[in-house]
Design a protein around this ligand. Structure first.
Ligand SMILES: Cc1cc2nc3c(=O)[nH]c(=O)nc-3n(C[C@H](O)[C@H](O)[C@H](O)COP(=O)(O)OP(=O)(O)OC[C@H]3O[C@@H](n4cnc5c(N)ncnc54)[C@H](O)[C@@H]3O)c2cc1C
Length: 531
């Protein structure tokens, strides 16, 4: 069963290895677990619904609670600390297009705000319920989740938008295909959610980000229905698909999604490499990214993340052995940078790409440590998210932020973001543990993905205050450094005030006018995306 106040399946628990806990205690002090606000008390708090009855809308309090948040740290603080105050007035989980149409007509007739809900995995406040005089309906696509059709000649597959990662891959794999889109939230996030948040999968260097995989679909907007055809290419003016991508529920409900699919690969391997320093590592990664070598992923951790990953890996004997081996090869534990490099595709092309990449890696003194590290990553790629639950129970908050920036600025921006977080925690007289990796690399630059951990305060409000200060400091640093406010998580509520910095005043006005055109009464997820 899905956990009501944390990440994932209730039955999965990921222990924090003893060495990991020791390091955390040394770096930021002993955490103190805070009692969870009980479910029963939340249920008592859910107010009477303002919605008129409708056969497809449920007023069940638990369902309304479950659809009142996503998975951002502020969502967690409010949920686990009991300060969450706003809930949708009802939740609909339609199973057919006709039901969705019927529900949207009902919302127009009754002046109801609609929040489309995919998998609920947003980490930037996309699903926060607005403080609105109008009633709010959460329209969950969870049960709208079938394969509509697959055209193997054109390599296109059409799905109902609510389908989630595992079911989607199962449908495609059984027919010899894959979408190859694997965000870490894969188990719960939905195809429609991926499209409207411009999501990026872990192997997007091979398969493409969702923008490249999205071929077309249907959107029900308050002004009417919009079909986005799946032409292989078109010079017929601006591409309306680009407007839907990243629209975050503001334009309407994405109902049908057509995606480009690929044949299941013969090879899909990930290898572990260690570099003696950040400088040699980033030069190697940047060089490979600038060639035509076809890699599926390159994920480069800085020394702080490398140390943390090894501490969290669990097997102390194996990591001690690895550290000894690296020392023998001239790599110190303090400076080591771990890199995971993946190759996907036909046997022949994957082998050629691997050979070419490794010749560059060797030039920059990278040491290959074999496939087991890559295999372990593949096995646990969606499980690591469960550590957030464990850390919280031990009294630590964990959050991530991300950007993308050109190569000339990557190292300086990464250091500035980390420094801004260390500075921002100081007024609390607390410590923070910060580390980063480059998660997606491109010829022109890279994403930077930073994780930070700090101790929970005595009250949820105080923890939230600290988080706000940290988030503000890091976001301002990202903007000042010349990075985008998001490489993959989207905008939602938490990033909207930084949008003007990258879109400009005219750009923001254009977006506002466009969303107002599709949604003149601003009933679709208002208050998100735009400042
Ligand atoms: C542990 C964890 C790991 C993550 N890893 C990644 C990652 O690797 N890469 C990445 O890109 N993101 C990642 N995310 C963020 C999140 O999973 C993505 O933003 C994802 O695309 C959200 O999809 P969802 O279906 O859960 O959407 P939701 O959270 O339900 O909704 C997000 C937004 O999309 C809108 N929406 C959803 N479905 C529709 C629809 N059918 N029509 C119109 N609007 C809709 C909602 O209104 C909302 O504004 C992660 C999140 C978590 C919690």
């Amino acid at each position: 069963m899905q956990r009501w106040n944390g990440w994932g399946d209730d039955n999965i628990y990921l222990a924090l290895p003893a060495r990991g806990l020791r390091i955390l205690r040394d770096l930021i002090g002993a955490g103190q677990g805070r009692p969870d606000f009980p479910l029963e008390k939340f249920i008592e708090r859910i107010p009477k619904s303002r919605l008129a009855p409708h056969p497809l809308i449920s007023f069940d309090p638990k369902l309304r609670l479950d659809h009142a948040h996503g998975q951002s740290l502020p969502d967690w603080i409010r949920l686990r600390g009991g300060t969450l105050q706003r809930f949708p007035d009802g939740v609909a989980r339609p199973t057919t297009l006709e039901e969705i149409q019927d529900l949207l007509r009902f919302t127009v007739r009754n002046n109801i705000v609609v929040i489309p809900y995919g998998g609920g995995t947003s980490v930037v406040g996309h699903l926060e319920v607005p403080d609105s005089r109008r009633p709010v309906l959460s329209l969950s696509l969870e049960r709208f989740n079938r394969l509509i059709g697959l055209n193997s000649d054109s390599r296109l597959a059409a799905f109902e938008a609510g389908i989630r990662g595992p079911r989607l891959e199962q449908q495609l794999n059984s027919r010899g295909f894959t979408l190859g889109h694997y965000p870490q939230s894969f188990d719960y996030s939905s195809l429609g959610g991926w499209v409207v948040t411009r999501s990026s999968g872990q192997q997007s260097s091979h398969y493409g980000r969702i923008e490249q995989l999205f071929a077309g679909g249907d959107v029900l907007t308050p002004r009417g229905s919009l079909n986005l055809p799946s032409f292989p290419a078109s010079a017929a003016g601006p591409d309306l698909r680009q407007i839907l991508l990243g629209s975050e529920g503001r334009m309407g409900v994405l109902t049908k999604v057509v995606v480009k699919i690929a044949a299941l690969p013969e090879k899909d391997d990930v290898y572990g490499v260690f570099f003696p320093s950040w400088e040699s590592a980033i030069q190697s990664v940047q060089t490979i990214a600038g060639t035509d070598i076809s890699f599926s992923m390159m994920r480069l951790s800085n020394p702080a993340e490398t140390m943390t990953n090894l501490a969290m890996a669990g097997n102390e004997r194996q990591t001690a052995f690895l550290a000894r081996y690296l020392r023998l090869r001239g790599i110190s534990e303090q400076k080591a940078c771990m890199c995971l490099v993946g190759f996907t595709g036909s046997r022949r092309l994957a082998a050629a790409a691997r050979r070419a990449a490794f010749s560059i890696i060797r030039r920059y003194k990278g040491i290959y440590v074999g496939k087991p590290m890559g295999n372990a990553w593949k096995k646990n790629r969606f499980q690591a998210a469960y550590l957030r639950n464990t850390l919280w129970d031990l009294g630590y908050a964990a959050d991530t932020l991300e950007t993308a920036i050109t190569w000339d600025k990557v190292t300086a921006a990464m250091k500035a973001i980390e420094k801004s977080l260390r500075e921002a925690i100081k007024p609390d007289d607390e410590q923070i543990h910060v580390f980063s990796h480059l998660s997606h690399v491109y010829p022109s630059g890279s994403s930077i993905y930073t994780t930070f951990l700090f101790r929970l305060a005595e009250t949820p409000d105080k923890t939230l205050e600290t988080w706000k200060r940290l988030k503000r400091a890091a976001s301002q640093t990202i903007v000042a450094a010349g990075g985008t406010i998001s490489h993959q998580h989207g905008v939602g509520k938490d990033h909207k005030k930084y949008m003007a910095a990258e879109k400009g005043a005219i750009g923001i006005q254009a977006l506002e006018k466009m969303f107002n055109h599709f949604d003149p009464e601003q009933r679709m997820n208002p208050g998100k995306l735009l400042p």
